[in-house]
Design a protein around this ligand. Structure first.
Ligand code: ZN
Length: 230
């Protein structure tokens, strides 16, 4: 019988049962993707097995330490891909159905080297969004992550006098909290000669990206928030 081969995709807190020996109550499991005879990943999230580190070590013929290190590194990469996906959705989802000219201005504004190269902005935007949504919907190392405009939250962004972001705060849901936050931020930026912006995004990191983007991107960002909360 051929020995099953696996690649480690990450660490999962949500599954506490080893898929190999059935041991329960594990602090975490390791997500293992089956590989075909040529060492290529052979499957989707449904084919992933979740093993405790000791069974994973046996299955791979590795030490537990190597399993844990590899799983941590793989998880860090997953998290980075999630962060990138959230940034792409926060920038581009609001312009997905904008007039084609606006989509082109936003896309080429961020990808100047692709202007006049035959790369079509609307296709690139659709591709970027498709990939980003697939990344956040992937359940290999945990439940699907929020990815829709309806999942955006608002962030108050404080700029220094030089136009650098020095603080990002989530806007509270209640009106009193919003006003208190706004007047405190107003006082602060007045004192340092800075400025304020409110943007909508999937997380604080994406909010920075939106806040630094061009006016057109920010206009559509505001539209999208208003349309989702009308
Ligand atoms: Zn086990």
């Amino acid at each position: 019988m051929p020995i099953p081969k696996w690649s480690i995709k990450g660490i999962v807190d949500e599954y506490d049962t080893c898929g190999c020996c059935g041991r329960r109550g594990l602090k975490r499991t390791v997500a293992l993707m089956p590989l075909d005879a040529d060492g290529n990943e052979d499957g989707t999230a449904e084919d992933v097995a979740y093993y405790g580190t000791s069974c994973a070590a046996t299955a791979l013929g590795w030490t537990q330490g190597k399993v844990t290190d590899t799983a941590r590194a793989a998880q860090a990469q997953q998290d980075q891909r999630d962060d990138y996906a959230r940034r792409m959705i926060s920038i581009y989802a609001p312009i997905e159905f904008a007039p084609i000219r606006d989509r082109a201005r936003v896309y080429y504004g961020r990808n100047r080297g692709q202007r006049d190269t035959g790369v079509k902005a609307s296709e690139e935007v659709a591709k970027l969004l498709g990939k980003a949504r697939a990344q956040l919907a992937d359940t290999t190392t945990g439940a699907a992550r929020p990815s829709r405009i309806e999942d955006f939250r608002r962030y108050l962004v404080l700029f220094s006098r030089e136009g650098h972001i020095y603080r990002v705060e989530q806007v509270p849901d209640d009106e009193a909290g919003r006003q208190a936050q706004d007047s405190a931020a107003q006082r602060h930026t007045d004192r340092i000669g800075g400025s304020l912006a409110v943007v909508a995004a999937l997380d604080a990191e994406s909010a920075r990206e939106v806040a630094y983007a061009d006016d057109l991107t920010r206009e559509w960002n505001t539209h999208a928030w208003q349309a989702a909360h009308a």
